[in-house]
Design a protein. Structure first.
Lengths: 644, 471
């Protein structure tokens, strides 16, 4: 066993050790120590993850010009029968190594940040225990060698996120949100489980790599029989993959399973940064990425559906993000939209020459983790300072929170796709892949990226400008250095992560590719992004105190004020009338009533049918025997039908 | 009678012996020393369980009327464990009950019937065993003699049981008319799926359906479960039901295996009905015993999904599932019994809200048992359900599997509702602290360890698989 293998095992084990220690000795450990303990153990895993990544990409991972998988650990855990068993293990390949780095990096920052943010909370130690449990589950998920191992950790991720969202368990809304998240994703996971059963039935294995091999080789018997049988125009294989994707869509909040994510903002803000920005929500993207060869080679129709769902979700969520006033909700919808970008990048991708979408998607996953975690942590710092989530209570905070201000601005520039920040490169790669793959999705993506710039800067201006600077705000950052350090480190990621030649490391078939970069192609997206930022500036750069100015405007200032008024009117018309009323309202209404309603509908149908069969259980023995006889006749009828 | 035959009948001998010991104890006024008596009985039951684990041969007796195999022995051992745990779980109730020795005599007589039934090689033997296991339970259901609803449960059980027996006997006689002999071998050899056989099968299936409480033969279940004392309900839901599931799958796969194509659809439809209707009724129950009654109905639906797989893996999955189901149910009923003993209440609204605050131990145990019943990983219930559904894939009845999937979600709601009551809701009036006793605690801990461990210890599943029979 090489030192790399040992390190990768330690990466997975350390968080669970930390979880056990913190939860068993929780009451005996001082809160301040448990925070440091959790952070230290995560920092060690981060160092190990970087070491493993270095080793994989520069030392042993490359063989014959391609990055190949490396099994660091594998043992049999449960045996179904001779050819079907469940293994546990650790696999290192480009995407799992990348995820190890992302998860440990963001998790370490969140641990560090929480030392301040959660300071004085009653169950501080349990909070760190849950964070460690979550990190462990997520790490176990990405290194899974076996689709079933992934499913187990997938559920563990769900449970630990349930615990974290419901951390403020005395708050009814937090409990409701935790429940909603758990139930919606459980529902989706059911599809995942059925998909797994179908895949394992079709390919007679649960091992990822055997599965991929058996379902992609053109002369494979498994593929022939699996892809041969069809139902409603799609092959059994496509159905199985779509069911698996349902699980991914649940965790990754794809329409219409996204409804849990905005509510999940009830959890502590660092948790949102960890779970709802950088790690858990990209599990679905990772899942599709893991099975990507099967999608791309054997079931492109299923992949196209993934693409369209991704494209639609990206636009839908971005529109809603423009209308929200709770800053965490803006970020939540923004996350949905950005993950949908990754999803449709996979959807428009093909195999071989056309697989740049895969790399682009993983690239965006990588960069997004940094800037979105930064945005959430920044939002957390703001909330920490003003004790409110509402934009109403903010504005003019740039002097009170200088570090937060600068880092938040950098993250906004990154997500808006302004060169040379990280988001620019990955978003360019996605748009370029979409341009070559599917023009409809490309235009949707282009428009959405403009909207992204707009709503992100709307958020930025509303928090840090808009109102005049409040002088009475004392500097909040003086005594929160762990928070500041976390912000600054993530800001480095948000600025520089895009400069990594990502195609050299991660690609669909392991062979390094060069992500295309054309200056001419970038002009349109960048200009649209800047237009979005300018629009946001014009509208939110400064608060429009129309009534006051109108009274003062009798003097020479009138004209200027009027012009401002006029611009404001245009904006009011565009946002309130067009964007908000015509698009945002219906979209939000659709979200609230139809999508939520559908879910509620299922529940009420269940209750109604439960009500309607009530008379059956009358308590009268005579009627029981009647039902009994009826049952016998029913069975007889079924037998006879089958017999004839 | 040679030594071999005595050895083959070991399970039956031991239980008969215990029954006689109890009769003698009853005559000698052992009731006066309750503590020592209860200890002695539980030791006897433990000996019974431990003796079952000793190796035993395979073979048949009495011209094939009685047979035993490794799988049958395992099934008997599982049920032995169940009886021991139920006895421990009902410790408090029995200590306070005047007729505790009679309770054990009746329960063990019923167990004797179960053994006979499991080992039967002939439909007549099966029928006798089935009846012998049922009739004492009717008396048990009526065991809280001063309570009206207990009497009602007893009467309802015996009447509907008689009805189902009549139906089943009718089926058996039709089958006799069609085949000319009732031993399993000759039925297998002479079975032709003609109209007479099909009707005979429908009636016999009805009889089994009653004991397993499949929908629509289930209507007695809730009333009887609710009215009977908790220990008896526990026995009904675990031992009675589990044993009939064991013999049902044997009969279906071997005796009626030849007409598989004919019964597959019927089993599928009954599975769908049982899961769905059981769950829908469970939605609105406030009494914990009624809730568990309907839950047990829907669990039988899942068992039928596994049975519909019609392959060797079906037997493995079903036996494995019954073991897990048994532990979950005993734990759940154990807690329900403890709470009923102290508070006299079975209502979820009144006795279970805020239970975690007053009795964290019981709340945690019940929550785990319910998670296992709901099939939430990493409890064993998840693996049980998983194997059942995998087995169901065998005959590719995707509609049934899809409905099973939907039912998994509904059942999750049913069980989580109780968990929510216990952990999140506030109690309307402060609940008393339920006293613990060693016997119950032991039983609960054994169940919980089983639920946490069984799923992860592969040899258990592999062992069952190695002794299962194919179709």
């Amino acid at each position: 066993m090489s030192s790399y293998d040992l390190s990768s095992i330690l990466i997975v084990l350390l968080p669970i050790v930390s979880f056990v220690t913190l939860s068993v000795f929780g009451k005996r450990i001082k809160p301040s120590i448990s925070g440091v303990l959790g952070t230290m153990s995560l920092a060690i895993t981060l160092v190990l993850a970087l070491y493993v990544a270095y080793g994989y990409f520069f030392d042993f991972g490359m063989q014959a010009g391609a990055h190949v998988k490396h099994i660091a650990l594998q043992f049999q855990w449960l045996k179904f029968n001779e050819n079907l068993s469940i293994d546990l293990g650790i696999v290192l390949d480009p995407i799992s190594v990348m995820m190890l780095v992302v998860i440990t990096a963001v998790s370490t920052m969140v641990h560090l940040y929480s030392i301040n943010y959660m300071h004085g909370e009653e169950r501080f130690t349990m909070y760190y225990a849950y964070l460690s449990l979550f990190t462990f589950s997520m790490l176990g998920l990405v290194v899974a060698v076996n689709i079933f191992q992934m499913y187990i950790f997938w559920e563990l991720v769900g449970v630990s996120s349930f615990l974290l969202i419901g951390y403020y368990y005395t708050k009814p809304s937090a409990i409701a949100a935790a429940k909603k998240a758990f139930i919606v994703t459980r529902f989706a996971d059911l599809g995942f489980l059925i998909g797994i059963l179908m895949l394992s039935y079709g390919a007679k294995t649960l091992d990822f790599f055997t599965l991929i091999e058996r379902l992609t080789q053109p002369n494979s018997v498994y593929l022939a029989s699996f892809a041969g049988s069809s139902f409603l125009g799609l092959s059994a294989l496509s159905w199985a993959l779509l069911l698996v994707f349902t699980g991914g869509a649940g965790k990754s909040a794809m329409f219409p399973l996204h409804i849990w994510l905005p509510d999940a903002m009830e959890g502590p803000t660092p948790v949102s940064a960890l779970i709802h920005a950088a790690t858990m929500v990209v599990a679905g993207v990772f899942l599709v990425g893991r099975l990507f060869p099967i999608f791309a080679i054997s079931a492109p129709d299923a992949l196209h559906i993934v693409g369209y769902i991704g494209g639609f979700t990206a636009l839908f969520a971005a529109i809603i993000a423009c209308t929200q006033t709770d800053i965490k909700r803006v970020l939540a919808y923004s996350t949905i939209s950005q993950i949908a970008f990754m999803m449709f990048a996979l959807g428009v991708s093909g195999w071989g020459e056309e697989s740049e979408g895969f790399t682009a998607s993983m690239f965006h996953l990588f960069t997004h983790a940094f800037f979105k975690a930064l945005l959430f942590l920044g939002a957390g710092a703001v909330i920490h300072a003003v004790h409110s989530n509402e934009m109403e209570d903010m504005g003019g905070l740039r002097k009170a929170l200088p570090i937060t201000h600068i880092t938040f601005l950098l993250a906004c520039l990154a997500i808006a796709g302004v060169p040379p920040f990280a988001g620019f490169f990955s978003k360019e790669a996605i748009l370029s892949a979409a341009f070559h793959g599917n023009s409809l999705i490309f235009y949707v993506g282009l428009f959405t990226s403009c909207l992204t710039a707009f709503y992100m800067f709307r958020l930025y201006f509303r928090i840090f400008w808009y109102n005049p600077v409040k002088e009475d705000h004392h500097n909040h950052e003086g005594h929160t250095w762990p928070m500041n350090i976390a912000l600054i480190i993530l800001a480095f990621g948000a600025v520089f992560a895009g400069l990594i030649p990502f195609g050299h490391f991660v690609s669909a078939d392991g062979k390094p590719i060069e992500l295309p970069f054309h200056l001419t192609f970038s002009i349109a997206p960048v200009l649209l992004g800047i237009a979005g930022i300018l629009l946001a500036y014009v509208m939110y750069g400064e608060k429009n105190e129309m009534p006051d100015k109108l009274t003062a405007s009798i003097s020479g200032l009138y004209r200027a004020a009027y012009r401002k008024f006029y611009i404001d009117e245009v904006y009011l018309f565009v946002t309130k009338k067009v964007l908000f009323n015509l698009v945002g309202r219906p979209a939000a209404w659709f979200d609230r009533n139809v999508v939520d309603g559908m879910i509620n509908g299922y529940a009420s149908i269940t209750t109604m049918s439960s009500e309607s069969i009530k008379p059956m259980q009358s308590g009268r023995l005579q009627s029981y025997t009647m039902f009994f006889l009826g049952g016998v006749l029913l069975v007889a009828a079924l037998l006879v039908i089958k017999f004839m | 009678m040679s030594l071999d035959s005595i050895l083959l009948l070991r399970f039956e001998w031991i239980i008969t012996l215990i029954i006689f010991i109890l009769l003698v104890l009853k005559l000698s006024d052992a009731d006066n020393k309750v503590g020592a008596l209860m200890k002695a009985i539980n030791v006897l039951l433990f000996v019974n369980f431990a003796a079952g684990l000793l190796p035993i041969g395979e073979g048949s007796l009495f011209n094939g009327f009685f047979k035993t195999s490794e799988l049958i022995v395992l099934e008997k051992n599982i049920l032995n464990l169940g009886v021991l745990l139920i006895s421990l779980a009902s410790f408090t109730w029995l200590t306070n009950h005047k007729h505790r020795i009679e309770f054990y005599i009746l329960m063990l007589s019923s167990m004797l019937g179960v053994y006979v039934m499991l080992s039967s090689g002939h439909l007549l033997m099966l029928y006798l065993g089935l009846e012998m296991s049922t009739i004492p339970v009717a008396a048990l259901a009526n065991f809280n003699k001063t309570e009206k609803r207990s009497s009602e449960a007893g009467v309802k059980f015996i009447l509907s049981s008689t009805f189902s027996t009549g139906i089943m006997l009718f089926g058996i006689s039709l089958l006799y008319g069609a085949v000319g002999n009732l031993s399993f071998e000759s039925i297998i050899a002479n079975l032709h799926p003609d109209a007479l056989t099909l009707f005979a099968f429908a009636f016999i299936l009805g009889g089994f359906g009653f004991k397993m409480s499949m929908v629509p033969f289930h209507l007695w279940t809730a009333d009887v479960y609710e009215g009977s004392p908790v220990g008896v309900t526990n026995y009904l839901s675990v031992i009675s039901k589990g044993s009939v599931i064991f013999i049902f799958i044997t009969v279906l796969y071997t005796v009626f295996g030849g007409m598989k194509d004919a019964w597959l659809l019927a089993v599928g439809v009954l599975a769908v009905l049982s899961m769905t209707i059981g769950n829908l009724f469970a939605l609105r129950q406030d009494n914990i015993k009624r809730l568990l009654a309907f839950s047990s109905i829907s669990q039988v639906g899942f068992v039928l999904v596994g049975i519909a797989g019609a392959a060797k893996v079906g037997v493995t999955a079903v036996v494995y599932f019954v073991l897990i189901y048994m532990l979950s149910n005993i734990a759940a009923f154990g807690v329900a019994g403890a709470i009923a003993d102290t508070t006299g209440k079975e209502s979820l609204n009144k006795a279970y809200k805020g239970l975690y605050k007053s009795n964290p131990f019981y709340a945690l145990i019940l929550a785990l048992a319910l998670f296992s019943l709901a099939g939430v990983p990493p409890t064993a219930g998840f693996f049980g359900k998983l194997f059942l559904l995998t087995s169901g894939m065998g005959t590719a009845m995707y509609v049934v599997l899809g409905i099973a999937g939907i039912n998994l979600v509904i059942s999750l709601y049913n069980y989580l509702r109780v968990v929510k009551y216990m952990f999140i809701d506030e109690a309307e009036e402060v609940l008393p602290v339920v006293d613990k006793n060693k016997a119950l605690t032991t039983a609960l801990i054994v169940c919980i360890i089983g639920l946490l461990v069984i799923g992860f210890v592969t040899p258990i599943y592999q062992y069952i698989d190695s002794i299962s029979f194919g179709m």
